[in-house]
Write a protein that binds this ligand. Structure first.
Ligand code: ZNH
Length: 145
């Protein structure tokens, strides 16, 4: 499904990603841009104002968890669906996340990474990275029925 060249591109992007920085930033962008996503994070406390969002430690920690989990897909690009089968079930059955949100998060991750990598994130890199994240989104959606 992925060519050797595409794998190299994805790995090169991932090497430049600081999970502890990009994770919280991307998740905060989701909440700011799509405010209804706050409903999933009620137990993290008050996220209502942007300043509260950007200083919420639990939310930041969760952003790291989500992004770290993306590393598993980078490591095994042939088995992305299998890698996320259990997580997909968890989001469907326990957390009840509307799967449309996976695409929104993926886009916010791409924006956050692009803003960091600047010119390194050229059209070719963007297209390959997007293809990779689309596979992740599909895998996260795979156990919904
Ligand atoms: Zn999620 C959880 C991943 C998306 C919401 N997540 C989680 C976890 C992980 C993840 C790893 C942990 C689990 C355990 O613990 O076991 N996610 C993920 C991924 C993705 C996601 C990979 C894509 C790509 N999520 C998401 C979204 C949302 C969410 C979109 C919404 C909006 N998650 C969530 C929640 C949770 C999770 C709410 C739970 C948290 C707590 O509780 O802590």
């Amino acid at each position: 499904k992925f060519t050797e060249q595409e794998r190299d591109v994805v790995r090169a992007v991932w090497e430049k990603v600081d999970v502890d920085e990009i994770g919280p930033e991307a998740l905060i962008r989701v909440l700011i841009t799509y405010p209804w996503t706050e409903r999933y994070f009620g137990k993290f406390g008050d996220l209502f104002s942007i300043s509260a969002v950007s200083t919420n430690a639990k939310l930041a920690e969760h952003g790291k968890v989500v992004l770290r989990s993306l590393g598993r897909a980078v490591e095994d690009m042939d088995n992305i669906k299998k890698t996320y089968a259990e997580l997909s079930r968890l989001h469907c059955e326990k957390i009840h996340v509307d799967p449309d949100n996976f695409r929104l998060l993926a886009d916010c991750i791409t924006i956050t990474i692009a803003c960091k990598l600047k010119s390194t994130f050229n059209s070719n890199v963007q297209a390959t990275w997007q293809k990779f994240l689309t596979a992740v989104v599909e895998a996260m959606t795979s156990q919904y029925n």
